[in-house]
Ligand binder design. Sequence first.
Ligand code: GDP
Ligand code: ZN
Length: 461
Amino acid sequence: MELDTIAAISTPMGEGAIAIVRLSGPEAFDIADHLFKSVGDKRLKEVPSHTIHYGHIIDPKTDQVAEEVMVSVMKGPKTFTKEDVIEINCHGGLVSVNRVLQLMLTNGARLAEPGEFTKRAFLNGRIDLSQAEAVMDLIRAKTDKAMNVALGQMEGRLSNLIQRLRQEILEVLAHVEVNIDYPEYDDVEEMTHQLLLEKASFVKKEIEQLLRTSQQGKILREGLSTVIVGRPNVGKSSLLNSLVHENKAIVTDIPGTTRDVIEEYVNVRGVPLKLVDTAGIRETEDIVERIGVERSRQVLKEADLILLVVNYSDELTDEDMNLFKAVEGMDVIVIVNKTDLEQKIDMEKVRQLAANQKLVTTSLLEEQGINELEEAISELFFTGSIEAEDMTYVSNSRHIALLHQAINSINDAIEGVDLGTPIDIVQIDLTRTWEILGEIIGDSVQDSLIDQLFSQFCLGK
Ligand code: GDP
Ligand code: ZN
């Protein structure tokens, strides 16, 4: 496969004074050598792999020193992409790193697409598909928790689990094969049915467990779409501001983020909130007024979380009541704001209206109750098992779709056994399950592998 040489700024996570330009591909050493000058005129092409060299990047057009750098030289295939890799450490921070990148791009390298280094690692067989996708997720990950999920996946947690499940299925398939080869043994058939039901149910349970985590996975990756509602002047903008200022706002220069709906990401105790349509809430005092009744209903319906704000120092109005009605049955946190002022609201009534919902009182002006609100948000979404550190989240929609398919085909197999379907038909469903799971980890060599395994299993029988 002929690939070109790609370059990008790949500064490691976290801020630092050092910024790195990474080059990968067949021309990496040549391009670097063209621009790099060191004492003694070392040729990077000729130095031992995995060594670091001090020198300068020179602009060949002007012969001027562009940057003082340290260059790491890594020869393929012992690199992340399996290609030749050069990493240029610039000490001057972002400005200098950009200058170096520009020089690479005008001297033979192409700007890497997001995730392209990872894609190469996959294409070159360095990592499997689910690991590659985990890196993609990592690139897009918006919060610490999402980052951990992506990291866990990258370390192959999902791959391991899928591989284990496939192994279980293979064992059954092998038994089925024996059964077909030696139909005269009655007990073999009995055993096979028994085993098949047992293992298939086990695999099914494991996949279902995985799928249960997928909703949380999605939330972790995309953020909880959160809408703040309330009538004018109750403190919606104040709430938004304190959420944004109390918590680190999450960077939003994510490719593909649409600009027509303004979204603000904040990380509340590990829960990524995507505050939807906050522009609307900011600009006019009334979301319903601004975007119309129909559209606002739609926005509410699509929200994962509603923050409904009412005014402690005012009586409940019809408009408040309508809002309570509009969000019935949804995940709502009711916020009674302005507790620093004289009470006019009927708290008994509010408690009734919020009977099935969390209720928090705040004075946003005096910064009271914000902790409780954050507590309520995180409780709502990280209750029970989801906090478990070693959980394998599935957050990739392709994986989720494949897991659903796997469940379907394993159900077919289980049903087949129940109905007394001939075992070689059941075998087809099981093989299908095995293949679908293989697609998650990008394993498409099913036939040969099956043949190989069976030939071993059946040998000498
Ligand atoms: P919105 O119309 O719902 O977005 O409400 P704003 O956030 O714009 O707030 C309306 C007014 O109420 C502003 O003058 C805020 O400073 C004030 N306000 C917000 N929260 C509180 C609070 O907890 N106590 C008091 N006394 N005033 C508040
Ligand atoms: Zn406002």
